[in-house]
Design a protein around this ligand. Structure first.
Ligand code: TYM
Length: 337
């Protein structure tokens, strides 16, 4: 077509910690959106193993989980040829830019981070400096790739705000070095709640019956959903404040089917909580079954996964180095011969 302006694709960056079983919260809040966005953007999806060591990890487990998470990315539908899927520790620029940005972040800003406060309370015997500066490393992850958009769940919003503040502060001193990123939050499900305490977010560090794991077999999913906390008034209505349990189940259906909450409620009007729960189990099982199958297939071919990670780390490194060299020059580090 004549006069057609071809605008370059924008960049997406996001990451997930390989620190435990992935949950339906990770899937709905993050992974599902990654797959929806992969055609429109240049996407970079990271296995953030350096973030994971802010709490103690068993080395063999961590190594296995990194591969498992890479397999999950691919099993969820991310094409490793189109998207860059790699491990954070394979690209040294994350640590290098992280250090630099530490010097442009204030203690007071980090002290306000709710994830730090929560984790420090949970791991009182290991409140290490990495846990405190974690959000700066996250800022480095994002800014290193000049990401325009960051798909995340609501719990990461505060970290993204800080990333924006750091980027703007740095740009204010040195000119337009960093792209200031925007968050991307799904219309539904940016905060999937615990099945046992629907006023708290679904988290892999809670007891097993609080969350659905992406790799849970169908019978386990049915059992966990059956036991999910609802309320005693038996009316299917979306009202997160007064009916957090039922509302959470409704948003899970909406997220899994792509339907609006309104339609989901209309479909179920007049039905009991038993029917609601069956509907939840069925659509979760239907969505997760092919992912589980593909995950199993990929995990049986570790050489393939390793090849993907190696190749993609090189692609990531090339992009990261461009930003890192620019930053180093701007702040006055000695030139390289
Ligand atoms: P992490 O590993 O805790 O979670 C990965 C992603 O899943 C989302 N999520 C949820 N969304 C909805 N409901 C829930 N219950 C739920 N639980 C988790 C998280 O919001 C996240 O998007 N700091 C990040 C990892 C990270 C990162 C980054 C993300 C490191 N560097 C750069 C984006 C960009 C974290 O701990 O996510």
């Amino acid at each position: 077509m004549e006069n057609q302006i071809i605008t370059p694709k924008k960049t997406i960056f996001s990451g997930i910690q390989p620190s435990g079983t992935l949950t339906l919260g990770n899937y709905i809040g993050a992974l599902r959106n990654f797959t929806l966005l992969q055609d429109e953007y240049n996407c970079i999806y990271c296995v953030v193993d350096m973030h994971a060591i802010t709490v103690r990890q068993n080395p063999a487990d961590l190594r296995r989980r990194c591969l498992e998470l890479a397999a999950t990315y691919i099993a969820c539908g991310l094409d490793p040829k189109k998207n860059i899927i790699y491990c954070q520790s394979h690209v040294s620029g994350h640590a290098e830019l992280g250090w630099i940005l530490n010097c442009y972040t204030y203690m007071g800003e980090l002290q306000r981070m709710t994830q730090y406060k929560d984790k420090a309370a949970k791991h009182a015997d290991n409140i290490n400096a990495g846990l405190f500066t974690y959000p700066v490393l996250m800022a480095a992850d994002i800014l290193l790739y000049q990401a325009d958009l960051v798909p995340i769940g609501a719990d990461q919003k505060q970290h993204l705000e800080l990333t924006r503040d750091i980027a703007q502060r740095f740009n204010g001193v040195y000119g337009d070095v960093f792209t200031v990123p925007e968050g991307y939050f799904g219309k539904v499900g940016s905060r999937v709640m615990s099945l046992q305490d629907p006023t708290r977010k679904m988290s892999k560090s809670d007891p097993e019956d609080c969350y659905i794991a992406i790799l849970d077999p169908a019978d386990v999913i049915r059992r966990k959903v059956k036991r999910a906390v609802t309320d005693s008034d038996a009316e299917i209505r979306y009202d997160p404040e007064n009916k957090p349990g039922v509302s959470n189940l409704l948003s899970i259906i909406a997220a899994m089917t792509g339907d609006s909450i309104e339609n989901v409620v209309n479909d179920l009007s007049g039905q009991g909580y038993g029917t609601l729960k069956n509907r939840v189990s069925e659509c979760v099982i239907e969505t997760l079954a092919p992912i589980q199958e593909e995950h199993k297939r990929l995990m049986a071919d570790k050489a393939y996964l390793q090849g993907i990670l190696d190749e993609n780390a090189q692609r990531a490194n090339a992009i990261a180095m461009r930003t890192l060299r620019k930053v180093q020059k701007k702040i006055g580090f000695a030139a390289r011969g």
